[in-house]
Design a protein around this ligand. Structure first.
Ligand code: EPU
Length: 417
């Protein structure tokens, strides 16, 4: 699929943010922890959600859309069998089934997870943590098999504050006998939302949102209802889009407090906003000043917004240093921006210098991963002439109909299957 964008149209109006991709994916996995029905609202229609549901169904779970953004899931009839390799390959989040399936069964076989190619994405932190809870793992033909004879709570120190490793260990710990303490845990809003979901099922979890999380395992977990938090990356994408295209747009149904560092950085660059409890409106469309952008775990600047800062840097005054500290293959979109006229020096796998402001010109470019794709869409809106983005189906993994949202703002964007 391709997106064809005719840039430089005037954008105005409001974008409403939906539920967070990286919250709903672990929550879908967490439904495995109960045999009862879970009803989850504010779920975005994105292909990563569909893939997680297909995996669940292939294991005997039942999952249906009970209304437009609401899922009803019941996993009474789950079978203990290897996950469908083809589905697992489609997304990294398939690894999140590891923890909950090990609570339901004493063994689990996982194929190699796929997902965006943004660097080396090891599983060592997940496996070390699960080993502390009593699991034994080995690589096999399928990729990985994990077994145990009963999960037991333990102290787990994560070498990396990995988001999905924290989530996997929390879910496994819910089914472990005794207390698990996770140190150097990830604090991201989506980790907090997973914990809120688990607590509403009856789990005993303390410290979510801090780097030390304590889980008292062995509670019986029941069905529940839960509304997924609004997606901070979606919200950040649209704010950055507004700033790069100099449009006074409003982003609503969001949590500004989940983007504190991002908004503060943008303010230091000269951006001005009206902020309410659940919205951000851009009030200044003047020239912004370059700054240093260093990605960090929450509450720092999220790596998922780094490519959006990269596009914005082409439209700001001066030289921006981007330091992508988490992943080593997340600067590839800069080569596409260079084709469009951006002034870019890629220093190494983690760092780049972008000097602006430069005009961008419509070109045929290629979308390598989800967030790079969002950045290239913004570049296409900034550019003069026509931009054609290849492999744009990647955007459907994480943004619900981004083209519809942009059409509502006044963009000229077409989807060509
Ligand atoms: N890491 C290890 N060992 C591990 C796991 C991670 O060394 O076992 C390292 C990674 O190499 C990386 C760092 O830890 O340097 C952080 O990786 P993390 O494990 O936190 O990433 P993830 O859990 O695989 C999630 C999101 C990503 C997001 C990252 C960072 C989900 C489903 N995915 O990935 O989201 O970039 O956290 O915030 O939650 C996206 O939405 O586009 C996306 C890629």
């Amino acid at each position: 699929m391709k997106f064809v964008i005719n840039g430089q149209k005037k954008l105005t109006g409001t974008v409403r943010v939906l539920g967070a991709k990286n919250a709903i994916l672990p929550i879908i996995a967490a439904t495995v922890l109960t045999e009862n029905e879970c009803v989850i609202s504010n779920v975005p229609h994105i292909s990563d959600v569909e893939t997680m549901l297909q995996i669940l169904r292939s294991m005997g779970g039942s999952a249906r859309w009970s209304s437009e953004h609401e899922l009803t899931i019941c996993n009474r009839a789950l079978a203990c069998k290897p996950l469908d390799q083809k589905l697992v390959k489609r997304l990294r989040a398939s690894v999140l089934f590891l923890g909950p399936f090990l609570v339901r069964f004493t063994s689990f076989t996982l194929g190699e997870p796929g997902g965006c190619i943004i660097g080396n994405r090891p599983l060592d932190t997940h496996l070390d943590g699960l080993a502390k809870l009593g699991c034994v793992w080995k690589h096999n033909d399928a990729f990985l098999s994990v077994t145990h004879t009963g999960l037991v709570g333990a102290d787990v120190v994560l070498r990396e504050a990995s988001v999905t490793a924290t989530e996997n260990i929390i879910m496994a710990a819910c089914g472990a006998r005794g207390i698990t303490k996770i140190k150097n845990a990830a604090c991201e809003p989506h980790v907090q939302d997973l914990c809120a979901f688990l607590i509403s099922m009856g789990a005993a979890i303390e410290g979510a949102g801090t780097s030390e999380i304590t889980i008292t395992g062995g509670k019986s977990l029941s069905g529940t209802t839960h509304a997924v938090i609004s997606d901070p990356i979606d919200a950040g994408t649209y704010i950055m889009l507004g700033l790069a295209t100099k449009s006074k747009i409003s982003v609503t149904r969001m949590r500004p407090d989940h983007l504190d560092t991002v908004l503060e950085t943008l303010r230091s660059m000269g951006a001005r906003f009206d902020i309410t409890k659940d919205s951000v409106t851009i009030t200044n469309t003047g020239l912004l000043q370059a700054t240093k952008i260093e990605t960090r775990i929450y509450p720092g600047i999220p790596t998922d917004l780094q490519p959006l800062f990269g596009v914005l840097a082409t439209q700001t005054q001066g030289t921006t240093l981007i330091n992508e500290t988490l992943f080593e293959s997340r600067l590839g979109y800069l080569q596409e921006l260079e084709k469009m006229g951006a002034s870019v020096v890629i220093s190494d796998a983690h760092r780049a210098l972008i000097t602006g402001p430069t005009p961008l010109y419509g070109r045929s470019i290629d979308c390598k991963d989800l967030r790079a794709g969002a950045a290239l869409v913004v570049a296409g809106l900034v550019a003069s002439g026509q931009t054609v983005i290849d492999h744009a189906e990647i955007l459907d993994r994480g943004y619900e109909h981004i083209d519809h949202a942009l059409l509502t703002l006044g963009a000229d964007i077409r989807r060509i299957e």
